[in-house]
Design a protein around this ligand. Sequence first.
Ligand code: PLP
Length: 396
Amino acid sequence: MSKYSPRTQAVHAGEAAEGTILPVAPPLHMANSYLVDAGEPFSAEGLDADAPYIYGRWSNPTIKRLERRIAALEEAEGAACFASGMAAITALFTHVLGAGDHLVMSDVAYAGAVEYTRDLLPHLGVSVTAVDASDNEAVARAIQPNTRLIHVETPCNPILRLADLSTLSSIAHEHDVLVSVDSTFASPEITKSLEYGADFVMHSLTKYFGGHGDALGGVIVGSTSAVEALRARVGVHAGGVLSPFNAWLILRGIATLPLRMRAHSESAMAVARFLEGHPRVERVIYPGLPSHPQHELACMQMRQFSGIVSFQASGGVALAKQLQERMGLISYAVSLGDVRSLLFYIDTDEIVDSSFGLQGAALSAYREWAGDGVFRVSVGLEDPDDLCQDLDQALR
Ligand SMILES: *Cc1c(COP(=O)(O)O)cnc(C)c1O
């Protein structure tokens, strides 16, 4: 290098030794392009899982390591990561659905996903029927000759209503319709959706997978052929790829996913039981409680019951403000799946107006679960006794 000028050395000095290092922990490959053999094809068309690294929007060793790990946990053939959960969902919808196609969508789900199917998909020529995904017959009735996909979320945000994955998958497959499951609230530790017949599983890696409230990320899991086709068509061309740094953080988070899910689930059960006995609380929704309307299905489909507890208490926004001011340990914030406990109030009128747009029977069905609003608690890894005490003093 000494024969070159400082300007050239600033670009190239010190590069050669890297290839011989064999770190035990996963390295972070912050590279956006790779040395290639002359003659390698210069197109993402026909890209397969073993394609060489060419360009960072196609693949990256840190992201690939994360994808292999997620596929292993879901017992799936393939996984494709994206910049966020929403980038993953929209990539899936854009890949599977085209003008003239029809989507059957959970009428209660992550607000961003609902808004996308309500506002953007129709604009692209895709028609959408929103349906209570806990009602198998309603889902079956919603299927049309041009239906290509049924998308459900279980447990769903924010009321923790469940969808019966094996029944819905059989109904869908009788009609040659694909099923995708947003399993963010469950994680593969709790439900492996492909086991129940789903074709695609989606996760916001921002939540339990990353687990530490820092990185955004998303993933679509499924068969190798489906996932690689999705990656080549929409991952590469729409370009919403995960940052290698976030992949590295999420990889580090995943190492403790099984241990964290056990702790989140055990603590959430303790918090749910505590809230169910609390004088200020009117109703607790938690799949692990016998009072959950689908507790039986939860026991069949969920190995544990995860870390999210929703509850109703009179007072609405005023109580939310009180909790925000008085809670010492639990943060008043959106998101979930963090090591820290988070609480957020979801007002029924507000979310119905801004996102769900429910009317008539669908609105009554939502109100049956949510009343005027629910307080959603993402139970973190703190000692559950401390969390119960914090909620108790803040609720009084
Ligand atoms: C957070 C979340 C999403 C969206 O994920 P982002 O990473 O925020 O884009 C989708 N579905 C569910 C159930 C979520 O909780």
